[in-house]
Structures are given as structure tokens and as C-alpha cells.
Design a binder for this molecule. Sequence first.
Ligand SMILES: [Zn+2]
Length: 304
Amino acid sequence: MRLALKIDVDTLMGFTEGVPPLLELLQERDIPASFFVAMGPDHSGRAVRRLFTHKGFLRKMLRTGAPRLYGFKTMLYGTLLPGPPIAASAPELLLKITAAGHELGLHGHDHVFWQDRLSGLSTTAVQAEILRAQKVLVGILGYPAISFAAPGWQCTPAAWDALVAEHFYYVSNTRGRYPYFPHTPQRSWPLVEIPTTLPTLDELLGLGGRRAADCNRDILAVLKRGGTHVFTLHAEVEGRVCFREFSDLLAQVQARGATFIRLVDYAKELWQQPDLIPRAEVISGTLPGRAGTVCCQSQGEEQP
Ligand SMILES: [Zn+2]
């Protein structure tokens, strides 16, 4: 039983307030993790537009208490307040992440832009967005990222093409069951995709009246079945208001004898025997507790 922690950083608040306590917790427990940071501006306020355009968003906001999770100010960035840069606001934090031995990958440049506009972007436009993120990272660390996690699990053929063109070592763009080479009926991409296999806390919260502690039980139940799992957490949530519950989750996972692996190390294992990596179709799907659609690994193919 192995667990990879994929820590998404979507907002400035998640970066400056959520990442430091998470780093401390991981160090205390001697756990390696993979951080994916949105490098550009925090335009979270624009996501409020989804209140009006995406079915189910308002219900989710109210159920999960999003204003409490994300903070009122964050919800105005990019609308009433200008969107502040995320990575450039605290470059020392990126250095701390890598100095601690964690993996640091890209979670896009402008998270909200990717999530809302990706479907209309050409390969060149997606590449430009990726290069903007790399430029910020190179300016701070001196080298580019080799891994990418799509904001909001949104991916299109143009985005897969752009990620191949930018030579990422692996990506984590979808929700699914095991790593694979993605394809559609028309296209396929020579890119290892390592999907998020477990539900997220913000999806589970409130489903059937669940509280954060109940969510841990659900996650542990899936983990018990064995294999390597990928859990996506959000620095805004698990690094702040659900910090205690997340800390409990790690303690329980370790008590059950599970080990932790960085996604990049998982990818290294996979690339050692590329012939054994299956192909799987990527489709647009919905998940319990999440508004809108996300890119998913098709249910149709069984792991060889
Ligand atoms: Zn995100």
C-alpha cells in the first residue's frame, strides 16, 4: 500500500498560509510529497463567475463553506481586487519546497484561466501558458519543471499536444485508477499520465452530511485495498482549515504501514518498463461532490 500526496496550490493564500504548515507536518512525519503550484496571478475571484454559469457550483460553495475555506479576499482577486502573483509573492517558499526534498511541478500559470478557457485554446496558446509558468519558475529556481498537473483536471487534445511538445517527463491531469498513456478514438499521446485515484476532501465534505473526520475513513477504506494511490489535496484547505484532519489522516495512513512516494519517483518506476504501461481512453466525466466535468480515465479498459 503506497500513497502519493499531490499538493495543489491554486491561490496566494494557499501558498503563503497553507504551504508552510504543510511543509512542517511533512518534515515531522518524514513524508516526501509532490507540490504543484499555479505560478501566475491569483484570479480566484473570477471563479465566482461560475456561480452563474456552472450548474451545481453555488450548491457546492454553500455545502463546503467555500468562503471559510478560501477566505473572502481571495474570492475577489481578479474582479474587484487585482490578481496578485502567486509564486513571485514568496519565491523563498518554492526554494523551501525543493530544499526539503519534495517535488515541485507546475499547476499552470493562471489557474482560473486554464479552468475556464482551456476548451477554446489552441495548442500554441496552451504552450504559451505553460511557458509563462516555466519562466516564473526558472526565474526563481534556475531550472524548469518536468511535471505538470492540469488545473481543475481540465485537459483537451490541444493541451495534451502542448504538454508533449514541452517534453514533460510525466503529467497528472486526470482522475482515474492507474497510470496510462492517454488516447481518444482519434489520437494518442506518448506521455505518462498518473491520475488522481482518490476523492478529494472538498468533494467528500458534506456528501451525506460528512465531516472532515468521516472523509478520512472513506479514504482509508479505499487505501486498504492496496496498490499505489494518488491523493490530491489543496494547500488552501488541508494546509489551513482542515489541517488537523489532514494531520490525522497521515497518522492513520502511517499506522497502517503505508509508505509515501513522490509522483516523479513513481514515474521513474513506470518509465523503467514503458511496455507495461497500458493505454487508456480519456473522457469527460462527472464526480460525486464536484461541479462541472473533469478529464477522466475511461472505465472501459482493465489494468493488464
Ligand atoms: Zn488546482
